[in-house]
Design a protein around this ligand. Structure first.
Ligand code: GAL
Length: 994
């Protein structure tokens, strides 16, 4: 049986380029007849043209049958879902039989049946004659249909098995989804051309292999014969300037159209270059995925991916872990993305048996491995966007990889070869790693990596450029650490950047669960939600992680210096002339002046009209221009000094093919007044963070609070305690500044007439994927941080109310002395929380904050702080200081797997309002805010979003600090300075009614 043989196919034609030909072609996509059998041994009689398929089903082609009610999808990451016994596969082998009739036009003769992708193998019959067999799910195959085509009606039959020997070569981390999932055509095109278009020394050279004559009318090139090289004055192709020239190759029987881009990729002195200039890859890993269609991705969705990438400053894609649909590469050529085209080869599951029998090193698989490489290179060789060939992913080491590389070098010396799985880099031209820590990347950047045992290989690798083919695992909430990676990539010329893992969450649309992940289809072996780890949600809504990535990848930098800003061009291949620069000054989030900046195309220093002392800006002289009439300029009418911020934005000056005029490309903020305190040494700063530094209140934590006046521990409690008589006591309650307390427990019962619960100290958060997979949650549970006990030690009245408590988990001597000091303030209630840890707190904790519950009617939140999106100590680079408003629902980030989310950072004040009532919370200086219709415990218990049902309260977390997010679900945890370690600290809040 072919399906259990090492050979990749039979009866196939030689692979050739994907070309746009004027030769006649029949589109054979559409509705086919389909039958699913549970095993492979069903009679092949269905291939006969006269077979009665009336009892079969209709199935669209392209598609995956499990997504159309036949069988079910299954997800594993590394593990093969069958025993490792190549080339044998299980008897339980879902087998799809397909039939389709088509009518041949009158004058038709000859042709090729072309399948762009069939998972995992296809045996093809035309009018009852077997044409051949093929494997290589994400690769095209052609069969000669000519001898068996008949005038009029023809019948095509295809048998597809879910499992074949080839499945051992396709162990990528994704859903197992069989079927004819890419296009099927009958084409009379037979042409193959290989266009060589390079750009060196300011000029282009052009030639091609194949037959026929090449013309490029725009360049005056006409009838160029194969093998002749000409030099031309052309504009180069880059991802930033994707200049394409229409070309035609005229052959006796057909003409093929191509779009030629002139560009040269090279490596010099260990630096990756494009057109002679350093190339910094700001990339993402893209699987083909659609929540309803799996890897049968509609064209519009491919286009949406490219547009979304471009709009988020992404400039590169690794086609993890197989060649994409050919149209995707056309889009990359046209709209501009650098591409690493990866071969459809992964044998990761052999790693689980010590790589015994790894196909990448077994000569019996040599032909199959080489076949895959050839079919990719031949198909995609004419794309200017493809700048590297990748041998595959996680296939260990072995001679078959060497053979693939050797063939590719000879066939296409113009593109470097990538493969991450062999640390010796014996077969590659670049040094690639995945999930290396910042420290390792930094060492590699300096050329100071650990040596290889073999000195020759070591010297070779040391001379290579480095890239991270995967980093910053974007699973759930996160990834943290992006800015620090980018800083390294930009500092060291050897570092060519990298590709974030990964573009999209592979959550499959589900009628009950919203989105399904591993295990939701009853798979006996699965890897749960590890398949949901993208920068966009399954419906392609950008996650906060993508917004952060956009910030980190900005092609423009702003450096504020007094009354000027230095604007730095970080494009690799273009100047700033396509951008317009806009400025706005806001006081407490309310705009007071707007202006444009005249920025030279090369960038440089530009004087700002909006900083103090600079004439022409209202309020720059210190006058109150907020319009609220209270003289403080903060626009809220409550007195105090306003915060004056300048925001400068770079936007597209005119429409580009990937975004309209006005699209924001880059931005930055600078606080004009009052002056921000000096950053604390050792503080972590992302380029986008408005001067973040470790929170002074919590040892070692890096909550970015220092863009406001820090209070810190030991700040004296303001002497604004209620009148001489101290707290009032009435009706069995203690009353302080609008707060009613239970005298026995010190519990706040009502606040300005609102029924409340809390505030009460908590250390827990609903674990994020990085907490869970990285193992921190185990530590936290062992410590009992999710089940703190609260003991009231004393309730003291005097100047206000002091409630002294001890907060501690059972079964340990660790604890926290927590004193809540309530004082009356001018028009409200002040709360100071003093925290003194007891015992050895050796581990970071999830968060430190207080929890309150308000009536469900408090549905809207308006705040002044960072927004509009969520932010954690090492994320939220995309957030900016301003005045924001959202409903409680809108504050939630709908991660497919429920987890901590939605934290708004550096909140100066927030108003929670609804049904004509409101509560204002003010920080001193700031706090972190989350508001949800469920508790942290509910959030933690939920496995899918529909598990989260709104309850009768709005649960509000007012946080002093959060633990960093990191990327420990696959890769390093938070950088040490984002660890949250309890220390003696004071946390102040003020409440007032609104
Ligand atoms: C890498 C692998 C990816 C994916 C990722 C984790 O090892 O190449 O395919 O599995 O880890 O999400």
């Amino acid at each position: 049986m072919e399906r259990e043989r090492f050979t990749p196919g039979s009866g196939r034609l030689d692979p050739r380029a994907a070309l746009c030909s004027d030769a006649p072609a029949l589109d054979l996509n559409g509705t086919w007849r389909f039958r699913l059998s549970p095993t492979a041994g069903v009679s092949p009689a269905f291939a006969e043209p006269g077979y009665d398929d009336s009892a079969w089903h209709d199935l669209p082609v392209p598609s995956h049958w499990p997504l159309h009610g036949h069988g079910a999808p299954a997800y594993t990451n590394v593990s093969y879902p069958f025993p490792l016994d190549p080339p044998r596969v299980p008897d339980d082998n879902p087998t799809g039989d397909y039939r389709r009739g088509f009518d041949l036009p009158h004058d038709w003769s000859g042709g090729r049946l072309r399948f762009e992708g069939v998972d995992s193998c296809a045996k093809v019959w035309l009018n009852g004659h077997e044409l051949g067999f093929s494997t290589g799910s994400r690769l095209p195959v052609e069969f000669d249909a000519g001898p068996y085509l008949v005038p009029g009606r023809n019948v095509l039959a295809v048998r597809v098995h879910q499992w074949s020997a080839a499945s051992y070569l396709e162990d990528q981390d994704m859903w197992w989804l069989p079927g004819i999932f890419r296009d099927v055509t009958l084409t009379r095109s037979a042409a193959d051309v290989f266009v060589h278009a390079s750009w060196t020394g300011g000029r282009g050279t052009l030639s091609f292999d194949g037959s026929g004559r090449l013309s490029v009318p725009e360049l005056g090139v006409a009838d160029l014969p194969a093998g002749t090289e000409i030099t031309l004055d052309v504009e180069p192709w880059t991802a930033e300037t994707p200049r394409l020239y229409d070309a035609v190759v005229t052959l006796p029987d057909e003409s093929v159209r191509l779009r030629v881009g002139f560009r040269t990729v090279s490596i010099e002195d260990g630096v990756l270059l494009a057109n002679g200039r350093p190339l910094l890859l700001k990339g993402v890993n893209r699987h083909e995925f659609h929540p309803e269609h799996g890897r049968a991705v509609p064209y519009e969705t491919m286009r949406e991916d490219v547009l979304l990438m471009k709009r988020h400053n992404v400039n590169a894609v690794r086609t993890s872990h197989y060649p994409p649909h050919p149209a995707f590469l056309d889009l990359c050529d046209e709209l501009g993305l650098w591409v690493i085209d990866e071969c459809d080869l992964e044998t990761h599951g052999f790693g689980q048996v010590g790589w015994r029998g790894n196909p990448a090193d077994d000569p019996r698989w040599a032909e199959a491995c080489l076949d895959r490489m050839r079919r990719m290179v031949e198909r995609d060789k004419n794309h200017p966007s493809v700048i590297m060939w990748s041998l595959g992913n996680e296939a260990g080491v072995g001679r078959n990889l060497a053979a693939m590389a050797a063939w590719t070098r000879q066939r296409d010396p113009s593109r470097p070869i990538h493969y991450e799985g062999d640390p010796s880099c014996a077969d590659t031209d670049v040094y690639s790693r995945m999930y290396a820590t910042h420290a390792e990347v930094e060492a590699i950047g300096r050329g100071a990596e650990e040596p290889l045992a073999d000195p020759a290989l070591d010297a070779r690798r040391r001379a290579m450029p480095f890239l991270q083919c995967e980093y910053a695992h974007a699973m759930g909430n996160g990834p943290g650490g992006l800015a620090e990676y980018q800083e390294l990539f930009e500092r060291h010329p050897r570092l060519a950047g990298g590709f974030v893992w990964e573009w999209i969450d592979h959550g499959l649309a589900h009628p009950v669960l919203e989105y399904a992940y591993g295990g939701d289809y009853g798979e006996p072996l699965h890897d749960s939600n590890f398949v949901v780890d993208g920068l966009v949600l399954p419906d392609r809504t950008p996650s906060p992680g993508l917004l952060d990535l956009k910030k980190v990848f900005e092609p423009v930098r702003f450096e504020f210096t007094g009354d000027a800003v230095r604007i730095v061009n970080r494009y690799g291949f273009r100047d700033l002339s396509s951008l317009a620069f806009l400025g706005v000054v806001e006081v407490d989030g309310v705009p007071v002046s707007e202006f444009t900046l005249d920025v030279p195309a090369t960038g440089g220093r530009v004087v700002l009209p909006g900083v103090p002392g600079v004439p022409g800006v209202p309020g720059a002289d210190g006058s109150d221009d907020s319009g609220d009439g209270d003289g403080d300029g903060d626009g809220d009418g409550d007195g105090g000094d306003g915060e004056r911020w300048l925001t400068v934005r770079a936007v597209l000056a005119a429409d580009e093919p990937w975004a309209g005029a006005g699209h924001e490309v880059a931005w930055s903020q600078s606080r004009l007044s009052p002056p921000a305190p000096a950053p604390t040494p050792g503080g972590a700063t992302g380029p986008a963070n408005p001067v973040p530094t470790p929170a002074p209140a919590v040892a070692g934590s890096a909550n970015p609070v220092s863009d406001v006046a820090a209070s810190g521990p030991g700040n004296p409690v303001p002497a604004s305690v209620a009148g001489a008589g101290g707290p009032g006591v009435g009706a069995g309650e203690v009353v302080v500044g609008g707060g009613h307390f239970d005298p026995a427990t010190g519990r706040l019962v009502r606040l300005f007439g609102i029924e409340v619960e809390g505030p009460r100290l908590e250390l827990w958060r609903a674990p994020i994927d990085n907490d869970r997979y990285g193992g921190l949650v185990r530590t936290w549970r062992r410590l009992g941080l999710h089940r703190l006990t609260h003991r009231v030690d004393s309730v003291e009245t005097g100047d206000g109310l002091v409630v002294r408590t001890r907060v501690a988990p059972a079964a340990t001597d660790l604890g926290l002395r927590v004193a809540y000091r309530w004082t009356e303030e001018n028009d409200g209630l002040g709360l100071t929380v003093d925290l003194v840890p007891e015992g050895e707190w050796a581990e970071p904790v999830p968060r430190i904050g207080v929890v309150m519950a308000l009536p469900a009617s408090f549905e809207r939140v308006t705040w002044f702080g960072r927004g509009p999106g969520e932010a954690y100590p090492d994320t939220g680079l995309a957030t900016r200081v301003g005045r924001w408003s959202a409903t409680v629902e809108e504050l939630q980030t709908p991660y497919v797997y429920p987890q901590e989310n939605g934290h708004r950072a550096d909140v100066r004040w927030a108003e929670l309002t609804g049904s004509g009532r409101g509560l204002r919370v003010t920080g001193d200086p700031v706090f972190g805010l989350t508001a949800r219709r469920w508790t942290t415990a509910d959030l933690e218990r939920a496995r899918h979003r529909p598990d989260l049902a709104p309850g009768g309260r709005v649960h509000v977390n007012l946080d002093l600090a959060q633990q960093g997010v990191g990327t420990a679900s696959c890769g390093p945890g938070p950088l040490p300075w984002y660890d949250l370690r309890p220390a003696e600290t004071t946390f102040r809040l003020r409440f007032k009614p609104v």
